[in-house]
Ligand binder design. Structure first.
Ligand SMILES: [Zn+2]
Length: 269
């Protein structure tokens, strides 16, 4: 009964958060959009649905099986720290830090960049950009995701909590929302904010190679990769290689990882 209530409360919170993001995007936009919204959003929704199919069919069963084995075999960081609240918090942080490292790799390893580039090619950024990933990206990232789950020792409930936090964080920091200045600064110490992540989506590598965090912002502060010195009026969202705009529509985007073999483009302007 309590489990069912918590599940319903979780859904209500998620739906409320998505609605709040949608309202805030209309009321307080951060960036001026360059393309008509409807086809962009429709395309991003289709790509998100394809990713979700891979996650539901492959990633979730695999990660949850490893998480269940962590609990029965008492293994990984969470159990080394006693398996209580401290262990769970450490496992949660370890999952998040593991994703930070993966995100850096998706930019620095040419094969992984071909897939992650499809996400960055979107020349506008809003909550729908959070859905725009290549479905093959989900499959290719699975081995590392399993390493994260195994080493963190995360159990299934804590894994679900991190996944829920992570999905909401990704929707939030891609959203086209201008936060009040004080909020932006304070929040960016803790979690990834829209302005913070907007710097990472700039075409120029000097900006793109910063603000790698996707959940907790601490990792950029610890690594010295946090940047907040690019005014939003001067940011240019997207990728600077020659094929970038041609790879925005759905079918070219799906073919892009095979077709586009160039480097990262976007010199240090
Ligand atoms: Zn990225």
């Amino acid at each position: 009964m309590a489990g069912r209530f918590l599940k319903a409360a979780g859904w209500a919170f998620t739906i409320g958060a998505v609605a709040a993001i949608a309202v805030a995007e209309r009321r307080r936009p951060l960036r001026r959009q360059t393309l008509p919204a409807a086809p962009r959003v429709a395309r991003n929704l289709v790509m998100g649905a394809m990713c979700q199919a891979v996650i539901a069919a492959v990633e979730n069963p695999a990660t949850r099986a490893v998480a269940r084995a962590n609990a029965t075999r008492q293994r990984g960081l969470m159990h080394w720290l006693g398996g209580g609240a401290v262990g769970k918090a450490a496992a949660f942080l370890a999952m998040d830090y593991g994703f930070f490292l993966w995100h850096v790799a998706t930019h620095k390893v040419p094969f992984l960049w071909r897939l992650h580039r499809v996400h960055h090619v979107d020349p506008d950024m809003d909550a729908s950009t959070a859905l725009r990933f290549h479905f093959a990206d989900m499959a290719v990232s699975l081995p590392w995701r399993l390493v994260q789950v195994r080493l963190s020792g995360v159990d299934e409930p804590t894994l679900r909590r991190w996944q829920q936090f992570f999905v909401l964080s990704v929707l939030f920091h891609h959203a086209n929302i201008r936060l009040p200045g004080r909020w932006e600064k304070r929040l960016a110490r803790i979690v990834t904010t829209p302005a913070m992540h907007g710097v990472h989506h700039d075409r120029r590598l000097q900006w793109m190679d910063s603000n790698w965090s996707s959940g907790i912002a601490l990792w950029d502060h610890l690594h010295g990769t946090y940047r907040a010195d690019l005014p939003v009026e001067q940011s240019v969202i997207g990728v600077a290689d020659a094929d970038a705009m041609a790879d925005v529509p759905l079918l070219p985007a799906l073919a892009a990882p095979v077709r586009h073999v160039g480097g990262r483009g976007g010199g240090r302007a």
